[in-house]
Design a protein around this ligand. Structure first.
Ligand SMILES: Nc1ncnc2c1ncn2[C@@H]1O[C@H](COP(=O)(O)OP(=O)(O)OP(=O)(O)O)[C@@H](O)[C@H]1O
Length: 288
């Protein structure tokens, strides 16, 4: 079954558009949602959750249309935003007491387990928490009502490396029985290298690729060559940089395969997720 089926979402802001965003996530897997600053990740996530009004498109979660089953589906979704602002003068305990009333499957023992695992003290006020602690608190809430789909916007960004590593282990643990699925947005590509099964990549409001992680990387080639060879591939490259050693650039594998026979003296390697993001962002910058 599909945990998530996003079909042709569009949203028009004065200076930005989500353009026909579609992608799917199979139940029991982790998908990393990547894109540069301002590419539209949060807008997509908020559109999925009906937190912003879209202009068109459909969101199906666990086989049901969000537009028709929103209240019921929100019981099944655990959502956490990295930059969430709680009422800062309240104790965690007070906030939890309010939030848990919305969830019929709230499990107090699971919640207490996450408080211990994350080292959170319920008697602290939100104002006393660090950014990372706030993220952990919102995750503890998201994980304690039996959600089948976790939608997390930059959940790791405020965390130190050890806490991030612990969280990524937790993600893998959560999906291991095939019931829970996770979509999380991030800039931290090493997190995705470690734990994502699928990658969806958004550039300027448009999904440019959504695929299984290794397939995703294999659909691009990172080229290195002498400056004299650049003209042979320049037109087809997503972007490139030139230095005294020659050029390095990113190309779609399908485009490279088309010219491969005729170009010698260019080395091609599978890029990392970070390299893919960098060269796409460089292309965007070139157009400014
Ligand atoms: N309420 C709004 N009104 C108008 N424009 C908006 C609104 N919310 C977001 N935008 C614009 O939409 C674009 C995409 O923003 P969004 O927050 O979705 O990007 P993002 O990929 O999540 O970025 P980041 O990685 O920086 O969090 C930005 O140009 C932003 O200014």
């Amino acid at each position: 079954m599909l945990a998530l089926d996003i079909r042709n979402l569009t949203k028009v802001y004065p200076n930005f558009q989500l353009k026909d965003v579609s992608f799917q996530l199979e139940q029991g897997y982790i998908m990393g949602f990547i894109g540069a600053n301002g590419a539209g990740k949060t807008t997509t996530i908020k559109s999925m959750m009906n937190m912003v009004r879209t202009d068109s498109g459909e969101v199906h979660i666990l086989g049901k249309n969000m537009a028709d089953h929103e209240i019921e589906l929100k019981q099944e979704i655990g959502c956490a935003f990295g930059d969430i602002e709680f009422y800062t003068r309240n104790k965690l305990k007070t906030l939890t007491d309010v939030i848990k009333r919305f969830y019929k499957n709230w499990d107090e023992s699971v919640y207490s387990g996450y408080l211990r695992r994350f080292g959170l003290d319920e008697n602290k006020k939100v104002a006393e928490l660090s950014t990372g602690m706030k993220v952990k608190f919102s995750l503890a809430l998201a994980l304690s009502h039996g959600a089948k789909l976790l939608i997390l916007d930059e959940p790791t960004s405020g965390l130190d490396p050890a806490a991030r590593d612990d969280l990524l282990d937790l993600f893998q643990e959560l999906v291991s029985d095939g019931e829970i699925s996770i979509l999380f947005s991030t800039h931290i590509t090493s997190d995705l290298e470690k734990c994502a099964d699928f990658i969806t990549f958004i550039v300027d409001g448009r999904i440019v690729n959504s695929a299984e992680k290794e397939e995703f990387k294999a659909s691009y080639r990172l080229l290195h060559g002498d400056k004299s060879k650049l003209s042979e591939v320049e037109d087809r490259m997503i972007s490139y940089k030139v230095n005294s050693f020659g050029f390095t650039g990113l190309i779609r594998s399908s485009d490279f395969d088309m010219v491969f026979d005729t170009v010698s003296g260019i080395k091609a390697a599978t890029p990392s997720l970070e390299e893919i993001m960098i060269y796409f962002t460089r292309k965007e910058a070139d157009h400014v």
